[in-house]
Design a protein. Structure first.
Length: 139
């Protein structure tokens, strides 16, 4: 059975085998143009996230999940749209079905020891915007 509800997502289209809740294989889909490795990366992250959320729900006696907030570093190599799609696939048919995944992208910050200033590193330009040195630290 093909999982419906394309959200302009990425990668490959997952299938579920009959009678099984597990995503069992992938096939190319024109709606998901990224390579399989992109989706597979986000799928493993979504599965790990679900395990953590289940543990936290048990710990706090929660029965349902409405929203999960996730902070993602700019250089984490996570494609937010792909992770959102995988989260939806993994939660489908579970007590977490319908939960929203809210992601905040944390910008990369730099510190310049030469002029002792902090700044946001934009477009992977690892140069201090104040004094021009390339000897900066990421924070």
């Amino acid at each position: 059975m093909v999982i419906e509800g394309h959200s302009g997502g990425y990668g490959y289209l997952p299938f579920r085998s009959k009678g099984s809740g597990a995503v069992c294989f992938w096939r190319p889909c024109a709606l998901y143009p990224l390579p399989c490795t992109v989706i597979m990366h986000e799928m493993s992250i979504a599965q790990s996230l679900i395990e953590i959320l289940r543990e936290e729900m048990e710990k706090h006696g929660a029965k349902t999940l409405r929203t999960a907030h996730l902070r993602i570093g700019q250089l984490s190599a996570i494609v937010p749209e792909a992770l959102s799609f995988c989260f939806q696939v993994v939660t489908d048919g579970t007590e977490m079905e319908g939960a929203k995944l809210v992601m905040d992208i944390i910008p990369l910050q730099g510190y310049c020891p030469a002029c002792q200033k902090e700044f946001e590193i934009k477009e992977y330009h690892f140069v201090c915007p104040f004094c021009g040195t390339t000897k900066i630290e990421t924070i």
